[in-house]
Design a protein around this ligand. Structure first.
Ligand SMILES: [Zn+2]
Length: 146
């Protein structure tokens, strides 16, 4: 048994690291892929299925529905053409920051939903932190003059 237990808070990004991570985003969808999990708590499958209608613009939250029609490959093949959270606890409302609301408004100004495959979003999830790691490692390296 380990002598010390780590909390997930030990791995949480501080505000400067979050700013640096966001600076590696290439487009509006990158911002949603980072912001929705980091600042609102959405899972990648929820990001994939986010619709413009989920956002309550006046009150500033996203409402995850219990079920919605979906024609993505995964939902057609494995879920009889419908998507919903895996558990009842997944049906919830999540507060969004003003900056996240602006990112959503920007993206949904031209889109009714995210409408990307899980694989496409996972590729972004892999690329963005890699760019972040390279950027911050270079920054730390310059600070140390190596
Ligand atoms: Zn789907």
């Amino acid at each position: 048994m380990p002598t010390t237990l780590r909390s997930s808070k030990d791995d949480a990004l501080n505000s400067e690291e979050a700013r640096q991570l966001l600076s590696t985003c290439r487009d509006e969808l990158d911002h949603l892929v980072v912001r929705l999990p980091l600042f609102a708590g959405l899972r990648i499958g929820e990001v994939q299925h986010t619709l413009k209608t989920w956002v309550n613009w006046d009150k500033g939250y996203i409402e995850i529905p219990s079920r919605q029609h979906c024609s993505c490959y995964e939902c057609k093949k494995f879920r009889q053409g419908a998507w919903g959270p895996k558990t009842k606890a997944g049906v919830r409302a999540l507060l969004i920051t003003d900056n996240t609301k602006q990112a959503l408004a920007s993206f949904f100004g031209r889109n009714e939903g995210v409408f990307r495959s899980r694989q496409a979003l996972e590729q972004r999830v892999e690329r963005i932190p890699l760019a972040f790691w390279i950027e911050t490692s270079v920054g730390r390296c310059q600070e140390a003059r190596c």
